[in-house]
Design a protein around this ligand. Structure first.
Ligand SMILES: Nc1ncnc2c1ncn2[C@@H]1O[C@H](COP(=O)(O)OP(=O)(O)OP(=O)(O)O)[C@@H](O)[C@H]1O
Ligand SMILES: [Mg+2]
Length: 444
């Protein structure tokens, strides 16, 4: 029998991947992941930490067991087949240990008869495709993409007749809004969102009581939760064990060596994504104060001489009507670049301005906005309307992600102290999930 804790391929000098290279986990979290004796292990953290590779190595320790089968789930088949996805990665590993691919069923069979297959769980109801099946090892790649309903249903399919104690392994990137964040809360510092190092890989036990999970450090401490057995006696509910192991890019020396530029790619991410995918932060989400900090901005009384202005418009105004009691406003943003290279920002909100009256907001010097000077104001309006979708990033989140880092870099000066407070308050409160954002559209 192959027990979970038995060292497998890599630990014991397993098969060669190419001459002189052994398939084995890297020291650190990947080894901890492949060594854990917990029923459920969640290996979650920054991008490129070696999580999926660790997951793919897991079944390899059982491939000489003829009755063994593992199923890997991703939410969709497309995700399994994506370039560099699970199927591609499995094709690097499994042929080295005698695996024969069956591409039409996305599965591998091994000489003993053991199998590893890949499947999707696209919709909640897809889980019923697995009714009646028994799977000794269930692997979820990107667990946060699945619903809790799907996960717990598949836990009920996790059973074994082949001598391998049934178990579940899962990987994911951090997601503060996911049910997984709640499940692993004990392993995460709830103030910083970062994993607590000394809790990494520590096994805890739980039983389900109604909709709740009751947790304990030792299985015996849950003996008070009982159920009726076949003989009508109250017996303790058998607990399940679970642990969380965090990963980050720097744990994956193989990737760091093969692609040293990947760290720079993660560093270039906008703040929230960077904190999740590089920092491994489980609490961060778009929030007020993360995009724009008041301290970046200095309020001045007068704009320095030599400032060159241009102006952009959000032509979003709609009429207030009975059906539209909360109309959108048109606003113009005037941006000045000072001789020092810093920016002055003047936002003129024009609430309730109908689109047809945009003319009155046109700049004094339209030729400063575009190389081509429009023949008349209507033409400029058309030009603005046509140019806007091309000139601006598509989503609000993308606009904010591009705009606020530039604010930070160039220390914008707000030149009208009378309205500075409200503008700064709004910018500070701004985040990509905010209902309304006064957008500043930067014209060339
Ligand atoms: N033990 C190992 N031996 C050799 N190469 C490894 C090992 N572990 C990881 N790698 C290499 O690192 C690459 C990235 O690892 P992996 O895809 O597992 O990261 P990940 O944590 O799943 O990333 P993401 O968060 O983006 O899903 C792999 O494609 C593989 O080439
Ligand atoms: Mg992965």
């Amino acid at each position: 029998m192959n027990a979970i804790a038995t060292p497998g391929i890599g630990h014991n000098g397993g098969p060669k991947i190419v001459d002189g290279q052994t398939i084995k986990p890297q020291p650190g979290p990947q080894t901890a992941f492949l060594s854990s004796a917990a029923d459920i292990v969640i290996y979650g953290g920054g991008a490129g930490g070696g999580k999926t590779w660790g997951l793919l190595m897991e079944p390899m320790r059982h491939i000489s067991n003829s009755g063994f089968g593992a199923v890997f789930f991703r939410r969709s088949t497309v995700q399994i087949r994506n370039e560099g996805g699970l199927w591609d990665e499995s094709a690097v590993l499994y042929p080295q240990v005698g695996g024969e691919p069956k591409e039409h069923t996305l599965s591998w069979s091994f000489p003993s008869g053991a199998s590893v297959s890949f499947a999707h769980l696209e919709h909640d109801k897809t889980r019923f495709n697995w009714q009646g099946s028994q799977i000794p090892l269930i692997c979820f790649d990107e667990l946060t993409h699945f619903s809790a309903v799907q996960f717990w249903y598949m836990v009920s399919r996790n059973r074994s007749m082949c001598g391998v104690r049934p178990y579940i392994r899962a990987t994911c990137n951090p997601d503060a809004d996911s049910w997984v964040a709640e499940l692993i809360a004990w392993w995460i510092d709830q103030d910083t969102g970062l994993p607590i190092p000394e809790r990494s890989g520590v096994i805890r036990y739980f039983v389900r009581v109604g909709e709740d999970l009751r947790w304990a450090d030792r299985a015996d401490d849950l003996a008070c939760y009982t159920m009726l057995n076949d003989a009508g006696e109250q017996v303790p509910i058998p607990p399940k064990s679970l642990t969380f192991i965090p990963a980050k890019l720097t744990d994956n020396k193989a990737l760091m060596a093969a692609d040293p530029g990947y760290m720079a790619s993660l560093l270039a991410l906008p703040l929230v994504e960077r904190e999740r995918l590089l920092g491994g932060n489980w609490k961060i989400r778009p929030a007020a104060g993360l995009y724009f900090q008041r301290s970046w901005c200095q309020v001045v009384d007068a704009v320095p001489a030599g400032t060159i202005f241009c102006r952009g418009y959000d032509l979003g105004a709609t009429q207030r009507t009975a059906e539209n009691p909360d109309p959108d406003a048109t606003s113009g943003t005037k941006i000045g670049r000072m001789p020092s290279g810093r920016y002055s920002l003047i936002v003129d909100p024009a609430p309730d301005t109908p689109r047809s009256s945009v003319r009155c907001l046109l700049p004094e010097n339209p030729h400063r906005m575009f190389a081509m000077e429009p023949r008349d104001r209507n033409e400029l309006i058309e030009h603005l309307a046509l140019t806007r979708p091309i000139a601006c990033p598509v989503s609000r989140a993308d606009r904010l992600d591009q705009f606020f880092p530039r604010c930070h870099a160039h220390l914008p000066h707000r030149s009208l102290p009378t309205v500075a407070g409200s503008i700064l308050d709004e910018a500070t409160a701004c985040h990509s999930g905010a209902k309304r954002v006064r957008q500043c559209e930067l014209s060339p």
